[in-house]
Ligand binder design. Structure first.
Ligand code: 1PW
Length: 214
């Protein structure tokens, strides 16, 4: 764990998200998953209490990776091509989860919603006071976003995990980007990329009425 923490830098995550958007404003799946894998490593550095959170993200990443390794891999190159392919071939359960419980569209939507939380959380961290509590920033942003999609039991467990988060400065140092000031500067540089990836995906899902997939 300590060795992983020493070599891991949150910068890798942000570089991956920066590589997501193509010239045609398509969201590339591979760098998106690479960004998420980095996030999972980061969550694991924060302690075992976060493993229930990272476990679900790992499951979702693997489902989409399997599509990327299947015969249909080209269809899953971008989020746009995935949506087009799955909708055109009736591979998405639009009403309720039944024949296609793990469609790419449904699975990706879970990561997309979680990314919104991450975006708000990192923004709160970036603009927060030196001595502000990470646990408060984390739970406020969670309650305003992802919590709306979670049942009570998960909200409760998440709340317990957040209490274990260190103070803002320690947290910024865990990112392994340098000093707290350097980490804040990196966030300022990188957050617009995450916002862009989020915005494009949100618009695509809204356009196809996929934002409520169960
Ligand atoms: C320190 C801040 C880091 C933010 C990382 C964001 C990771 C978010 C993952 C939250 C997962 C909580 C536990 C699992 C819940 C699932 O039920 C839920 N999954 C997600 C990603 O929200 C919904 O998936 P499901 O049950 O509809 O397949």
């Amino acid at each position: 764990m300590a060795a992983a923490a020493a070599t891991f830098s949150l910068r890798e995550v942000l570089v991956a998200f920066a590589a997501c958007v193509s010239e045609q404003r398509a969201v590339r799946v591979d760098p998106y998953l690479a960004g998420w894998k980095g996030l999972v490593r980061f969550l694991n550095c924060l302690g075992t209490i976060f493993s229930f959170i990272s476990k679900d993200a790992v499951t979702k990443i693997e489902i989409i990776e399997n599509y990327r390794n299947s015969d249909q891999r080209e269809k899953y190159l971008t989020v746009q091509s995935m949506v087009e392919y799955e909708l055109a071939n009736g591979l998405v359960d639009l009403q309720k989860r039944s024949k296609h419980p793990d469609s790419g569209c449904r699975t990706f939507l879970r990561l997309h919603r979680a990314l919104h939380w991450l975006q708000m959380f990192l923004e709160g961290l970036r603009t927060g006071e030196d001595n502000s509590k990470t646990s408060v920033i984390c739970s406020e942003t969670y309650n305003a976003s992802l919590a709306n999609y979670h049942p009570w039991i998960i909200r409760k467990a998440a709340g317990v995990a957040f209490c274990a988060l260190p103070t803002r400065n320690t947290f910024l140092e865990t990112m392994n980007v340098g000093t707290a000031e350097e980490a804040v500067a990196m966030l300022g540089e990188a957050l617009p990329y995450i916002c862009e990836v989020y915005k494009i995906t949100e618009e695509l899902y809204a356009q196809h009425k996929l934002l409520d997939l169960t």
